[in-house]
Design a protein around this ligand. Sequence first.
Ligand SMILES: [Fe+2]
Ligand SMILES: [Fe+2]
Length: 366
Amino acid sequence: MVEPAGMADFARTLTAWEARPCENGPYNSSVPKRLPVVKEKSATRSNNSALARFGLGRDEAHWPASAAAGRVTNSSPPPTQTALPCVSTVVVCPISLDRRTPRSLETCRQYVKAGRPQEVSLETRIDEIADRIYRLSTFVPETAPPAGITFNQFLIDADQPLLFHCGQRFLFPSVCAAAARIIDLKRLRWITFSHVESDECGSLNEWLAAAPNATAAHGRIGCNIWLNDTAVRPPRALKNGETVDLGGKRVTRIDTPHVPHCWDAGLIFEETTRTLFSSDLLFQFGDGPALATEDVLAGALVAEEKFRATAITTETPATVRSLAALKPRTIAIMHGSSIAGEVAPVLEGLANYYQEKLRKAVGEPG
Ligand SMILES: [Fe+2]
Ligand SMILES: [Fe+2]
């Protein structure tokens, strides 16, 4: 198979990557001792064919029967380009474990206890959820058990590609390998995210090392409170409502303080596909499909009740309604399935939920 663009550079970057020690925590402390290697690729069925651009399409006739059940293994024949039934590809990165293994990866511990090699695979799936907008999704069953949770980053492929969300550092090898299958990482121009938390931007500096031409971008508050001090290269501060022309795609930064949480919070909206990148808004548990086949609002409210992750203020319902007013066609959601189609009512439903919470909080009659 032809090596995807950028993989050689990616491997060199990883060779140079020095793992940094940090305290144990649920998400942010995996420190690989050995360098990750992409060792396997598999795919699930989909109606889209976009991965053909980087040689990942497979002839449907050659698919093993197990494909019908979802993910298939590497046993399928060499890729062909004649028919392109798949858009979902899995990048598997083994990471080695040591005493600083994140507590959330309980199965990693079990590997170690069982005397197996101190290595576990993270799998990052790639799906194109809108034209040249790719969801890079890693399911971590040990986080938020029993359902588990997906951590989703989104790559907008344009003349100036943009990554929305970085992932925690323990996800970086796998997510970075997935991104490198889509674009040459030297092309990655922008890295941005909703707010300062480990899953949104914990691996920012690893990304800046892997993508030497990328600039971190964030709202002005986020730059002032964190990014100016932390990023290894100067960030670009985006104004509320500022649009960045990526060449083929146009992205607007929308300040949404405390929505979903943190005062630096903001979202982005890609206007050519009308895709809203909602970060933790509409977050759901579990490992659902890349694009939901049913209404996600019920699942999102379950997660909201469980985690109470949104900082509900008097402005929250209006902020969420303003997002619905954008009339997005796709909402790229950071945890759980994204949605496409008539999605504004989902945001309206979420706004109503927050409104009701506020009403109850202040004791207003219904
Ligand atoms: Fe968050
Ligand atoms: Fe998140």
